[in-house]
Structure formats: structure tokens, C-alpha cells
Design a protein around this ligand. Structure first.
Ligand code: SF4
Length: 415
């Protein structure tokens, strides 16, 4: 990756020129003309790039210059050149009434995640997707429509919110659809885990669980009051811990996630001890840098601490977890902000579409192994950011790759 630095985020939604027989929202898939599956033909779309028909069936998606065209009664979409990355196999949500397109799924990306709901029963200080109390049940309907269109060889898919378990019946339906249509795909769900304090909920999930499922559950402190201050929800600590125990009892793998900021960094060593003693079944522990999005912007003063100022606490936590035999990773931290002893634990955790590098990274010899930045990091970043001149082949361990079964899709602050 050295040489070309992506400096702005990939657009996953935007305005489009759309002609359609009616205002109905559609979920469409771009398909290879020769190799494309015949199934779900009514969802398949012709993709035209530079005047050449690349893919297609019953709708037309044109990228770059030109107005939407199509046979009468069919859907025609014209997208700006910034969507030139689209490929056959990708899935779009097309909204004719709003003249909007959302990219729901990219076949060749390892960073696909599906927004299940914007509603949540926590209100985390650093939530990157602040909850909204809206009726967004249509999101589930669209996910259920999109899943059968996805490539069965998809390696990984994420479910995010909001809190997906708030609509538990629909959540189980999505889990079942993933198990049916993507039987080999690793599924990662971001949840606050509180519902699973009810053992029956954990058992019901287990009954429909995709083969390779992992729940990413946040625990921000070993101190219940501190955790509940961060998530702004009374009783949440007890519910989350009981939820984790219920999930372990039925054999659903869990990952513990802790976002590090001014309210959590001091307690990292104690949190690591707590996890090692009480939650040793965790398949993975992710200690995560802050994504400067959503509530973080509002609470920046209360949250921001330069990562170089918590290296001692981070190192102590990582050593404790590692010594206890737990798999531990450091997410969202640029290598130049980390003590070298932590480099083997650093993971490229930022979803591809919002992962960028800044000017300071020009010529950095470790960029290929550095997680880089969230696209939203323009406002604030560490004082330690600077290109690293010397090679470091033995410092970033190739052994510590996060595999599909303990992977996460997005190192963001949600859930
Ligand atoms: S180590 Fe620092 S300078 Fe190098 S690529 Fe990462 S963020 Fe950029």
C-alpha cells in the first residue's frame, strides 16, 4: 500500500438520477452477464460503464456521464463517477422518491456491515452511530431481501446498530437467513449483550445461529458505575455480564470490546484482570481507539486523550490478557502512536471504505501494516503521528493476524 495514500472516504451513498415506474424502494444486484446467477433475476441490474454493458438483467445502472435509460417500465439509475468502484455482485438500495442510492454490499470487500436498526437502549458517550427513536423496521425487511442476493462465498459480514436485539424476533430471522444463504460466512454482531441476561434469549439465538457467529459485546470498565456512566444506562453492567455468561453457557462465541478514552483508560489494567478472571471464555478481546464520529464530536473534551498518554495502561492490559491466554488485539491505533512492544497486537481494524492516511504518512515504511485513520479523524489526532523511516519486519508480527472466526467488521464505537 506504500506509495498511494487514500485521503478521503469511499462514498457508500449519494444522489443519483433515477427513473422508475413507481416510487418503490428496490434492492438490486449487479450481475455478470455470462456468469451471473439466474436466481432472483428480478433483482438483477445491467451495469453500464463507458457505454459498455458489463452486467445485467432487468434494470440499468449507468456510472459516469449519461442519463438513466431503460425499457419502459424498468428501473434506470445514473450514478456519479465516484461510484466507479462498483462491480458485478454488489448490491444497491435504490430510492426513486429521494433520488438516492445506498451501497449495501460489495462482493469484493471484507468490510460489509448491515445496519439493523438505529434504536438502542444504551446511550454511549462515544457512540459513532447515535441512536434515534425511529420506526426503521424497513431496514430488517431490506436486509432479508438482500441476504439471498449475496455471494455464498462471502467471507465475513457484520450486523450493526443501534442495538439489534431490540427487535429480537426479527434479529433471529436475520440470523436464520444468514445461516441458510451464507452457510460458510463468518458473522459478527455488535450488541450490548444486555438482552442475553435472559438465558432463554441466548438459547433461542443458539438454536438459529450461523455456523461461524461471534457477538462483539462492550465492557468498558470493571467498575459497574464507570461502565454505566459510559453507556448512560443504569443496571447495564450487571445485564451485560450476565448476558456474556448466558452466551458462554450455550456456546455462542463472544468478543469483549473496550473503546479507550479519557473515561476508560485508567481502568484498563483492572478491566483486563476482571476479564481474565471472570470472562476467560472470551474468544477475543479488542482494545479500541476512538472513532471521532457521532457523540464523540459532542463529548470531545470529556473523551479525548492522546493515545501516547495511555501507553502504560494499554500495555499493562494487553500483557495481563496475553498472559492469561486470551487472544487480544489493539484496534484503530496508528503504529506511530504505539509502544513498539504493542505492535504485534495492532490490527488493521478500520473498515476499508472509511480508512484513510494523512499527509504525514507519505513515505512511511510501516504503512502497509498500519491501521491508519478513520476518515472522520480530520479534527483531532495524536501529536505522535509521523512517518517511520526504518524497516520493522520483525516488529509487526505476521502471526497475529485476526482470523475470520475472531474477526470484527468495524472498529467503530457503536455498541
Ligand atoms: S505509522 Fe503513523 S505515519 Fe506511518 S502510516 Fe501509520 S499513521 Fe501514518
Amino acid at each position: 500500500m506504500n506509495g498511494t495514500l487514500r485521503k478521503s472516504a469511499m462514498r457508500l451513498h449519494g444522489r443519483a438520477e433515477i427513473i422508475a415506474p413507481d416510487s418503490r424502494v428496490r434492492i438490486i444486484r449487479l450481475v455478470e452477464p455470462s456468469l451471473g446467477p439466474e436466481s432472483h433475476a428480478d433483482h438483477n441490474a445491467v451495469l453500464i460503464r463507458n457505454g459498455e454493458v458489463v452486467a445485467g438483467r432487468s434494470a440499468i445502472v449507468r456510472i459516469g456521464a449519461g442519463h438513466p435509460t431503460g425499457k419502459s417500465g424498468t428501473l434506470g439509475v445514473s450514478l456519479q463517477a465516484e461510484f466507479a468502484y462498483l462491480e458485478p455482485g454488489d448490491i444497491l438500495r435504490v430510492n426513486p422518491a429521494a433520488q438516492q442510492v445506498n451501497v449495501l454490499y460489495r462482493r469484493n470487500s471484507a468490510s460489509n456491515s448491515l445496519l439493523f436498526t438505529e434504536r438502542c437502549n444504551s446511550l454511549c458517550l462515544m457512540c459513532s452511530q447515535p441512536p434515534r427513536d425511529v420506526d426503521d423496521r424497513y431496514l430488517v425487511d431490506e436486509i432479508l431481501e438482500a441476504i439471498p442476493l449475496m455471494d455464498p462465498d462471502t467471507a465475513e459480514i457484520g450486523i450493526t446498530g443501534g442495538e439489534p436485539t431490540l427487535r429480537f424476533a426479527e434479529f433471529l430471522a436475520v440470523m436464520e437467513a444468514l445461516r441458510t444463504h451464507l452457510p460458510t460466512t463468518a458473522v459478527h454482531v455488535l450488541t450490548n449483550g444486555r438482552l442475553f441476561a435472559y438465558p432463554m434469549a441466548a438459547a433461542r439465538l443458539k438454536a438459529v445461529s450461523p455456523t461461524d457467529l461471534m457477538l462483539g459485546v462492550p465492557v468498558y470498565s470493571a467498575d459497574p458505575e464507570r461502565h454505566e456512566f459510559v453507556v448512560q444506562a443504569k443496571g447495564a453492567f450487571d445485564q451485560t455480564i450476565r448476558g456474556l455468561l448466558s452466551l458462554a453457557r450455550v456456546g455462542v462465541p463472544v468478543e469483549i470490546r473496550c473503546v479507550i478514552h479519557r473515561q476508560t483508560y485508567e481502568g484498563l489494567p483492572q478491566l483486563a484482570e476482571f476479564i481474565a478472571r471472570n470472562l476467560p471464555f472470551a474468544a477475543h478481546v479488542a482494545l479500541m481507539g476512538l472513532e471521532p464520529m457521532g457523540h464523540v464530536k459532542m463529548n470531545l473534551e470529556a473523551l479525548w486523550i492522546d493515545p501516547v498518554d495511555y501507553q502504560h495502561e494499554l500495555d499493562a492490559a494487553v500483557r495481563t490478557l496475553d498472559r492469561a491466554g486470551l487472544r487480544v488485539s489493539v484496534y484503530n491505533h496508528q503504529l506511530c502512536t504505539l509502544d513498539r512492544g504493542l505492535w504485534p497486537f495492532a490490527v488493521q481494524s478500520i473498515s476499508d471504505w472509511k480508512n484513510i492516511y494523512h499527509e504525514e504518512c507519505e513515505g512511511c515504511t510501516v504503512q502497509a501494516k498500519c491501521p491508519g485513520f478513520f476518515a472522520s479523524s480530520n479534527t483531532i489526532r495524536s501529536r505522535a503521528i509521523r512517518a517511520i523511516a526504518q524497516p520493522c519486519s520483525d516488529e509487526v508480527s505476521a502471526e497475529h493476524e485476526v482470523t475470520s472466526s475472531d474477526w470484527q467488521r468495524d472498529g467503530g464505537n457503536s455498541s
